[in-house]
Write a new protein. Sequence first.
Length: 225
Amino acid sequence: MVRGDAWLIWWEQTDAQPRSLFIDQALADDLWRDQLEVQRLSMAGNPCRLLGRLVDVWRTRLADVGTELKALKPFISRPGHIVVADTSALIVPAPLVDANLTQLAGMPANEPVRLIIPILAIEELDDLRRYGRPQARQLARDVVRVLWDKKLPDGGFQTAHVGTTAEVFVDEPSHVRLPENDAEIVARAQYVGDLTGHQVAFLAADLGILMRASAAGLTPARTPQ
């Protein structure tokens, strides 16, 4: 089975690369499972048909991964100390995009800071302004209005401090969320740190998620209630 042998040789040469390059091992694990299927093939039952299908699937999948990586390059290369905000850090009377993040997160003064808001936090804001308690609903509406008013054409937000940028981190198409929102937002902050190679400060008002963040290796920073 020449084509099957070629597939297995390719897998042996390729398997270590995604495991060393990617934080998420799902790609390499799926590839490993497919090579097991190829090993079980015999000449009976037209194995070339399955092999042809696998080749087509992996060509498409690897091309999609390449597209995702190219899209992430500007995000990864942007300079600045990173602060990831939880939803609870956004529900404050004074807009977080106007706050002095170097003080809140204990960052060095006069150095660039990136405020990164996971898209899930924006979605939670939307839910709060529709279904939250009256006070939280009004605060969420105010925050959403401020963010919309400060939105820039590149998807970021205008901030009040020179050297501070603010942006939303949108999930990549292949991302599968964790079932619990606090765990998901902490995991997204970890992912930002893994992508950029920088220590990440995690900003929140709620103690529980700050403890999760600390346990995950992030630097916890609590906003005033």
